[in-house]
Design a protein around this ligand. Sequence first.
Ligand code: IPE
Ligand code: IPE
Ligand code: MG
Length: 245
Amino acid sequence: MENLDVNKLPQHIAIIMDGNGRWAQEQGQDRLYGHYEGVVSVRKVVEAATEIGIKYLSLYAFSTENWDRPTTEVNGLMSLFVDTISKEVPDLHKNNIKLHFIGNLSLLPPEAQKALEEGMQQTAQNTGLNLIIAISYSSRCELVEAAKKIANQVKSGQLAINEINEAILSKNLTTSEFPDPELMIRTSGEYRISNFLLYQLAYAELYFTNTLWPNFRKKDLIEALMDYQSRERRFGKTSHQITSD
Ligand code: IPE
Ligand code: IPE
Ligand code: MG
């Protein structure tokens, strides 16, 4: 951790937590066992992010596409969300962490919606790490919803078509309160975005590791941050322009 440059930390890290099923398989266990262990990694990474001083951490917990998994796995994950949130909220609160959820939460079972709602309410006044959990999330769906919201504003005369710009689009996404992630990490050796924050990741640095999510720890987060700090973020400019700025 001493090797990190505190002046070059991302404000916002997004993580696609992948590989729970394969981790469980390696242990000769049911896939759900991998999801339980994945919660341990979430706790460790949240602690580490707080310690390092990250302001925003987005975690992809369940995609819209994940609804198509076998019912037993989906139900197991839903119970795990409820249990974990109820158990973890007191500690999150103590650590001044503010919980947010993004995704189509209306598809969740009522008890899960209630747990999420309570978690958000209880931590609403906190000013430390913003922990954003994506559940039943689809970036394409989020963009479609934004298009509908903007269309309605135009229809009602609140907004003119030529006023629509990138800022307006961002403002109509469910992530409107958060800056875009500067670093996106995906575990388990898969090299894809899987419908996560497509618009928001436009200029994120992408970091892929073979480590399966249940094995991911603080040292892995630090490795990703070290790698991030070694990159030259050019935003379309030349390297010369960046270094002589
Ligand atoms: C990620 O792990 C967690 C969720 C998608 C809920 P997976 O369950 O996708 O694990 P693998 O990819 O099958 O190993
Ligand atoms: C992406 O993982 C979603 C989450 C980590 C929650 P998946 O394992 O579902 O993604 P694909 O199907 O391999 O793209
Ligand atoms: Mg997977």
